[in-house]
Design a protein around this ligand. Structure first.
Ligand SMILES: Nc1ncnc2c1ncn2[C@@H]1O[C@H](COP(=O)(O)OP(=O)(O)OP(=O)(O)O)[C@@H](O)[C@H]1O
Length: 340
């Protein structure tokens, strides 16, 4: 097993529920934001996490970082089980992880200059001496394509792309093994997005940092990721290599998601999903996707499909039909034949 094949992070059966009240007098409901997610991320690699808004991507990222405590399940990082947040053991492991947020302006403190903010993690984790911090800050700024004099700039004096570079410089200050990038390009101009993606890839090649890359942008995920996991209503429904999952998806939801992006080599048009967007407070029984699935069989409404490897390829799929366990539409009442 090479270094890059070693798992850095393993999340096992993560579950996170939130209490939600519908209206002032409504009965409390439970949102199952994440409902049994298991993920493995190897050293130096990127795992892309995709799915429509509200499917639980950010909550998963926050649990991986220990910013959110799972109701059940757990995270192992570098072969150690993540300890309870706030403990010294947690702080030691947490220093090896960092986050890059969607909104760089929101992630930075408007009142502090960039140099102070990039130096902050060095101070918090006691890295280097006070005297050598300016040298370290300069090196960090250079490593993300900023100039040393940007240390004296305030966030509002930088462009959106420069601010995201500053956020990345701060994230890299502790030389983390893992970066959780939550929609890192979606708040940026299209022209800047490619620059930031190239920078992330270059940082990974140089430092060997692993990334959990959360994004709506399937093209970005395809470019950045070694593996991709597709989430639907709090669960992973398909996981595999980007060329498989994002080019020839097996799960009907992944097929619909991928069909929305035009691609020259792909056959077939856009798949329009039937029914309403999913409500995490009212999860359908069986496969949560079955009410919107054109291939659903009777079994899909009864039994939750398990995410498991397909016999025919290396990807993991949670779908009775894609696994060949049942034929599309099997056991459902046939539509009445139209009169000739
Ligand atoms: N603190 C919270 N309290 C109540 N509900 C929450 C909380 N955080 C998330 N949720 C709910 O959990 C579900 C999953 O949210 P999450 O932000 O993880 O999804 P997401 O896939 O990252 O969405 P987006 O792409 O829009 O950020 C959503 O229904 C959301 O409303």
């Amino acid at each position: 097993m090479s270094v890059n094949d070693e798992p850095l992070l393993h999340a096992q059966d993560l579950v996170r529920r939130y209490a939600m009240r519908r209206g002032m007098f409504g009965r409390p409901a439970e949102v199952r934001a994440v409902d049994g997610v298991s993920l493995t991320l190897r050293r130096g690699q990127t795992l892309g996490l995709v799915g429509e808004s509200g499917c639980g991507k950010s909550t998963t990222g926050r649990m991986v970082l220990g910013l959110e405590v799972p109701d059940s399940g757990g995270v192992a990082f570098a072969n150690e089980r993540m300890p309870a947040p706030g403990t010294p053991a947690w702080r030691r492991l947490r220093a090896r992880m960092a986050m890059v947020y969607q909104d760089p302006l929101g992630a930075l403190d408007r009142r502090l200059d960039i140099g102070t903010q990039v130096a902050e993690p060095l101070e918090i984790h006691g890295i280097g001496t006070r005297a050598d911090r300016p040298v370290r800050v300069t090196a960090l700024l250079r490593s993300v394509g900023l100039r040393p004099d940007h240390a004296r700039s305030f966030p509002h004096e930088l462009s959106g792309g420069q601010r995201q570079r500053a956020v990345l410089a701060r994230a890299l200050a502790t030389s983390p093994d893992l970066l959780v990038c939550d929609e890192p390009i979606s708040a940026l101009d299209v022209s800047i997005q490619a620059q930031v993606m190239n920078l992330l890839a270059e940082v990974q090649a140089r430092t060997g940092v692993a990334m959990l890359f959360i994004s709506h942008d399937l093209r970005a995920v395809r470019q950045m990721s070694h593996r991709v996991a597709v989430m639907y209503l709090g669960r992973v429904v398909e996981e595999g290599e980007p060329d498989d999952v994002l080019h020839a998806p097996a799960h009907p939801y992944a097929q619909a998601l991928v069909s929305a992006i035009p691609h020259p080599g792909r056959r077939g048009g856009r798949i329009v999903l039937k029914g309403d967007p999913p409500n995490p407070a009212a999860r359908p029984p069986g496969c949560a996707f079955h009410p919107r699935c054109a291939l659903a069989a009777a079994l899909c409404a009864r039994e939750v499909p398990v995410l498991k490897p397909r016999a025919s390829d290396r990807r993991l799929v949670a779908c009775h039909v894609a696994q060949g366990e049942v034929a599309p539409g099997a056991g459902l009442p046939q539509p009445a034949m139209e009169a000739a």
